[in-house]
Ligand binder design. Structure first.
Ligand code: PLP
Length: 431
């Protein structure tokens, strides 16, 4: 029997074949869902979309202004429906889908789709559950000893930091965290960013961990340059937290030369929650002992998959990752980037024109992201953010940057300039 294949059209053919083979009643709902996804994707091709029209294609509540896509993404309706279709399909014959091999080949296509987004080859991709898990696996599985140091800055998210601290205590290696001043971000150049990291490297620094885009002020690191400089300074492995970059900005893991990259497609790829990807070079992968060990794993020895098999897994959710990627591809990398950039420029102009607000992110798009820090004066950011939500349904994240109060605004494709205008006006009214 043929298995579900990569494109929605192929999947429809597959489902029709299955329906024809006798399961028509059970499969009819799934077939309808795939029709919807294929239609949705076709209508988006070529970047012909506008934010207000796109909003209808998401499940966001009408009274919510969701400007917090950096915390967690929202799944397009069509992807959600495809996910539900997989759940139904799975329940129609659980053995077939979970253990009978029907989703073995599609699982490899999910891997290939992820590899395409991340700029690497499928054989380097381990399908995890989130960024934190990817880092936990590497920290648990990599042999480091008392002469080794793992280095990261205060911009490193706990999801890429805590695991190293945890294992260091047991294994005797050292973890060093150096301070980067978030309030300096608007003035940083690419040279500054490379220098600020490289000057911290010492002879014992074996591992450098950095966020591609940090979650505080949205600084985008020049990865290629940083990796080259770190290697010249003697670092063995550069590991990158891509939670805030994959799906938002172009990512090319292989080209950047990093040794490891861990990400969370439930943020900017708008995939179902609890999906992740870890990319390791073959050299590093060979040094990482698997965290999960289970029967049948010998089959995957020497492959990225050896790190991901832990027994029964929620495969319907994993299948939907390919659909999430198809949806994002249909939106178009360039069209998305144009949209993010235009919204960011608009927000920055509004902020700079306001006496109560100040821009706190890098000024150039090349060093920034759709993750912007807006400083507020006169009130704690946490209070402003709570009131924004209570009174206007606006979701943003507050930060206290060592006494400087800031709101993090992270818009996505369905947010438009009018929503940004309302946000600025509402904040001004609360200060
Ligand atoms: C930069 C960064 N790294 C890691 C994480 C943790 O993500 P997850 O819980 O999906 O592992 C986050 C979450 O916001 C993040 O912003």
């Amino acid at each position: 029997m043929k298995h579900p294949t990569s494109s929605p059209t192929d999947r429809r053919a597959f489902l029709r074949a299955l329906a024809g083979a006798g399961g028509a009643a059970a499969l009819a709902p799934a077939l309808g869902r795939y029709e919807a996804l294929a239609h949705e994707i076709a209508s988006l091709q070529g970047g012909a979309w506008s934010a207000p029209a796109l909003r209808e294609r998401y499940l966001l509540a009408a009274d919510v202004s969701y400007l917090n896509h950096a915390s967690i993404g929202t799944v397009p309706k069509a992807v959600h429906e495809a996910h539900v279709a997989y759940l139904r399909l799975c329940e129609s014959n659980p053995w077939l889908y979970m253990w009978g091999g029907a989703w073995e080949e599609p699982r490899e296509r999910v891997r290939a789709a992820v590899a395409g987004v991340l700029g690497t080859s499928p054989d380097r991709v381990t399908l995890t559950h989130n960024t934190t898990e990817g880092f936990s696996m590497v920290a648990a599985g990599l042999d480091l000893g008392p002469r080794d140091e793992v280095l990261f800055s205060s911009f490193n998210h706990p999801g890429a930091s805590v695991c190293w601290e945890h294992h260091a205590a047991r294994r005797g290696y050292r973890v060093r965290r150096f301070a980067l001043a978030a309030t300096d971000a608007p003035g940083w150049s690419a040279d500054d960013l490379v220098r600020l990291h490289v000057e911290q490297i010492r002879p014992e620094t074996r591992v450098l961990v950095v966020p591609h885009v940090d979650n505080i002020v949205g600084v985008r690191l020049p990865l290629e340059r940083l990796v080259r400089a770190a290697r010249d300074a003697g670092v063995a492995w550069v590991l990158v937290d891509g939670a805030q970059s994959a799906g938002m900005i172009p990512v090319d893991v292989d080209l950047s030369g990093v040794d490891g990259f861990s990400t969370s497609p439930h943020k900017w790829l708008q995939a179902p929650k609890g999906l992740g990807a870890l990319v390791l070079t073959p050299d590093l992968r060979a040094r990482v002992h698997p965290t999960w060990v289970t029967w049948g794993q010998e089959r995957w020895a020497g492959t990225a998959r050896a790190l991901e098999d832990y027994g029964t897994r929620n495969l319907p959710e994993l299948m939907a990752l390919e659909d999430a990627i198809a949806f994002q591809r249909a939106l178009g990398v360039d069209a998305k980037e144009r949209h993010y950039r235009a919204l960011r420029d608009h927000l920055r102009a509004r902020v700079e024109a306001s006496p109560a607000l100040a821009w706190g992110s890098p000024t150039s798009w090349d060093l920034g992201a759709s993750l912007c820090s807006i400083r507020v004066r006169g009130r704690p950011a946490a209070d402003v953010s709570a009131e924004l939500y209570e009174r206007f349904g606006t979701v943003v994240r507050p930060f206290d940057l060592g006494g400087v109060q800031a709101l993090r605004v992270s818009p996505n494709v369905m947010n438009d300039r009018a929503e940004i205008d309302r946000f600025v006006e509402h904040v001004e009214a609360l200060l």
